[in-house]
Design a protein. Sequence first.
Lengths: 492, 354
Amino acid sequence: MIDLSAIVIFFQNIPWMSIILTLQWIFLAYFLAINIAYLALNYVSVFSIIGYMRDHRAEYLPKSLATYQPPVSILIPAHNEQGTIVSSVHSLLGLNYPEFEIVVVNDGSSDETLEEVVEAFGMVEFPEAYRRRIATKPVSRIFASARFPRVRLVDKENGGKADALNAGINCARYPLFCVVDADCILQQDSLARVVRPFLEDPKTVAVGGVIRVLNGCTVHNGFLEKIELPHSLLANFQLVEYLRAFLFGRLGWSPMNALLVISGAFGVFYKERIIAVGGYRSGTVGEDMDLVVRLHRSLRREQRPYRITFVPDPICWTEAPTDLKSLQNQRMRWQRGLAESLAPNFGLMFSRRGGAVGWLAFPFMVLFEFIGPVIEVLGYAAMIPLYLFDLIPLTSFLVFLFVSIGMGVLLSTNALFLEELSFHLYPRSGQQLKLFGVAILENFGYRQINSVWRFMAVVKWLFSFWAKGHWGKIARDGSWQRHADRAEDHPT
Amino acid sequence: LLNLVGTDPKIVFAFWLGVAVAVMTLLMLAVIIVMRQIVLHRERVHARALAFWKTVLAPAAGSEVAAIPPLPDRDLSGFLEAWNEVHEPLRGETTPHLARVAGEVGLEQRLYRRLTHRSFHTRLVAIIALGHVRNIESFRHVEGFIDDKNPIVSLCAARALMQIDPPRAVSKFVPQIVRRSDWSQGSIASILSEVGADNVTRELSEATLQANAEIAPRLIRFLASVNPDAAAPIIRNTLLSSADERLISTCLQVMSKREDLDCVRPLLAHPRWHVRMQAAVTLGRLGVPGDEQRLIAILSDEQWWVRYRAAQALTHLSFITREDMLRIERAQTDKYAKDIIEHVLAEQAMSAAA
């Protein structure tokens, strides 16, 4: 029989106060560390953006001769994209760039994606001598068009986004390839801007661009015409989040050559280097980040000089989800993608040749992006019993909340400041005040619910990791391009 | 409020940290709003001046302007943008009417002052504008900037110097092309094409002959684009004597003399695939009867790109018809060779249909 009194005595003997005190210090130290890290990134970003704007504010030099601009293969993976694919390809054909080809990869769509492209561009089957440099699901047919010689269409079995991109890489003819999601909106000079780092530094192997929120803007003929703030509050929250994520989340790492994420929605890569690391890894939802982490790891191991760069120009626009369910799916997917990219590349952390990636960016991702939501949610959750059992005074909780929310607002305001220093896309005072209001409001509920979703994703991922002993199995149902999980990127 | 916070030092510290953060946030918001208003005001003034001076300068590019209005300081940035915009399409030509405008508004003296301005943008616009003024006197004011660490400043200065006094500037520009790996190649090529072959050939040829294998490909490319005849002997010499595969590849890409094909043919068997590929492309461009057999031989190369370019090269030879290609395809026993010919023929049919 269980001796209840013994249990009670056991619990009474636990030094609760000292445990709570220790935990308090741990939480405090973590809180300080995460905010100092973000502020430091912000500090680096201010200098980066000032330098970037200084050099690229105007076209000071005569236009580069066309023969000196490398040709680019634009890859569009498409699964059940019948509604958007034709207009996307049409808008890409209007890009202002001397030489490029568009390779649409139909990843086993069950709708009319293939037929729509074939009809719209007058495509016919083409006897291409296909090179299978990266293993993919079987490619059944390749189409080309006499009317639109820049466009090619690859028809293959469904294998997921990574597999579709690998098939696209196999078909790409040019030394650089650009990945674009079918529902992204570009600007006519987007490609020229994102290719520029390859011209400025021959060591460049990959370049990422900023993804901006499209909601509220006007699009004409597939190109952005007018920039406005979104109407929905949820989309506005995401807009501030994107500003924070891209303007200092990425720009801060770029000068240290420690950028770990290049958007799956828009990025340019040096093809041979990607083939050398085996292309995109299938069976993961975070194939974009995984690729960049592997690139770093492989190039550092081989001790090759390289640059992975970030271009802060607003060059790619995507629609943010406007309902909570879609947003939840998206955020949980991103968190899982983060975990799936970090776990297999854990060898990079504090590795001897890791440089800034191994010693700063990777630990930052693990400590603050992966574990961060867990600490935050546990911190909030612990407050309730601690308060109920009178182990912590309400004042302490409120003061901590005050500082935490204050830091959140400060970081978002810093992002608005960076935006003002650079592109000021939202120039009216009314827009700025609205964004500031959003930067405050997002700390009351939105940020916390995001942390809960990310926490859930971490738990789910850990569960599948331990249960199956691998990185998790992805059901390849093509959900990577459904409206719910749209295009987007990972604001961190 | 302080009474509520209590005396626990951790809580007091956190409270004051929160207050500091809140103050910083409000301060930053104020900075953003003030900065925006300043920028908006400047942009309005600039846009007004730009629009006005465009209407004055655009006609002056072609004909005499009767009366030139005074140029107040607040209009200078708009004037300079209009000045540079009007000159860009002229591509090196000078117009006496624009020079008169510059003289009347006292442009040069104002630009010299701007060369020492702390704003990067102001300095650069002044350098570019001085290039367009083309007064020999400006050379000494601009020449120091060619050594600037920033590649954009140094390249803009190089361009301005080449506009002001090409023979004198080229002796500064070419050594910098050799030294500066951070200069964008497209921009260098643009500047070289603006000043023309006569001004740069001698210096560029000498530099190419003296350059090491790392820099020589860049220089050969520039030389071949401004003066193919001057590049030809250097290319021939390189193809005969160099062991550097990157240099050989570059020479193959830019060579234009059929007389040098003898140096190309052996390269179809080069151990590096990109050299074989470039040799095939060159034969396709310049080849003569007999070369088709050499290209047919590499249709079975282990590298896709070599096979592809060899097949393309065959179709580019003027004496090879579509029927010849079909005959060559039928004669192939290797599957890869057949596939690549089929591919290239389909491409050819596709472009013909287009």
